[in-house]
Design a protein around this ligand. Structure first.
Ligand SMILES: Nc1nc2c(c(=O)[nH]1)N[C@H]1C(S)=C(S)[C@@H](COP(=O)(O)O)O[C@H]1N2
Ligand SMILES: [Mo]
Length: 301
């Protein structure tokens, strides 16, 4: 299933000519008046030039089960046993049960997806994931007609996760998507980065990636996937429902109560790099806007 999405950056985008262009000039040009003239296009081209380094992607993380510091996951997640691993797929599916990760990997075809990744805290990266479409996994289990949502759950292992001793969140970390969001071709289960197995701090052996939503929707180290009729609870919404909604679509026009979401800091951009404008649906508007037709996005934040 090798879809080529217009906004799915690939290594083909990294041309010598493009690399020659001065990124700051491109961004300054956009700010000076390029916004109306197809910013999405030029922005994705300009940003696509610089996937973040392996070092940046694997040492600046949010994975509170291992601590709340950005460096904690890289320090402590090595202790997580990720092999063997199994994922319970249950609820409204034809074939509920415990699926061994090794069986999932042999059934799925992985491909590379270079996606923008935008944390609600207003930092961002460009990450070359390897993975497969969540739809393929859900279809393997057989989604029943009554299913409207998909709930996800992360492992809780106090012995291996020093962060769960503190009640910064209710454990396990849980997340959810509407079924159409889960089945969207941009939604993937990531099992690798830069062609290598995904490191524990990034959510080994399998984590969700929903590139048009804030990063906290992309739940890590998944042990359970449940098809439900009702909207499932989600960790950050439970912790602070005024600040974090169920949808959490990247939206530069809907600010977080405590900070602006209009721009973001690209990790690794350097001390003097300008903040870059945040794009509607993180730059995937053309692909996903129709999912939210008629919805008030400031209400369903
Ligand atoms: N289980 C679990 N999943 C999680 C988190 C977490 O704390 N626990 N943090 C989320 C947040 S806030 C972000 S921004 C991303 C960070 O992914 P990364 O470390 O691979 O960049 O993971 C998300 N998934
Ligand atoms: Mo985040």
């Amino acid at each position: 299933m090798a879809h080529r999405w217009k906004n799915n950056l690939t290594w083909d985008d990294v041309t010598p000519e493009a690399a020659f262009l001065n990124r700051r000039q491109i961004i300054a040009g956009m700010a000076a008046g390029g916004i109306a003239a197809g910013l999405g296009q030029s922005a994705s081209a300009a940003e696509g030039l610089e996937p973040n380094t392996w070092e940046e992607i694997t040492t600046y993380n949010n994975f509170y089960e291992f601590g709340t510091g950005k460096g904690d996951p890289a320090k402590y997640a090595g202790s997580l046993t990720t092999d063997p691993w199994s994922v319970e797929i249950d609820g409204l599916v034809d074939k509920p049960g415990s699926y061994a990760m090794s069986d999932i990997m042999s059934a799925m075809t992985t491909e590379e997806r270079i996606y923008r990744f935008r944390c609600v805290e207003a930092w961002s990266m460009v990450i070359p994931w390897n993975g497969f479409e969540l739809a393929d996994l859900l279809n393997m289990a057989g989604v029943q007609s009554g299913a409207k949502y998909v709930a996800f759950e992360t492992a809780v292992r106090p012995d291996e996760m020093p962060g769960v001793a503190r009640n910064v969140l209710d454990w396990p970390y849980v997340e959810g998507l509407r079924l159409d969001e889960a089945m969207h071709p941009l939604t993937i289960m990531a099992t690798g980065i830069y062609g290598k197995p995904i490191p524990n701090q990034n959510g080994a052996p399998m984590r969700l990636v929903v590139p048009w939503k804030y990063g906290f929707k992309s739940i890590k180290s998944i042990v359970r996937i449940t098809l439900t009729e009702d909207e499932p609870p989600t960790s950050w919404n439970k912790a602070n429902g005024k600040e974090y909604g169920f949808y959490s679509n990247v939206n530069p026009t809907v600010d977080h109560p405590r900070w602006s979401q209009a721009s973001e800091r690209r990790v690794g951009g350097g001390l003097f790099s300008p903040r870059i404008p945040t794009l509607m649906f993180n730059g995937y508007e053309e692909e996903v806007a129709s999912l939210y037709e008629g919805m008030d996005l400031s209400k369903f934040y």
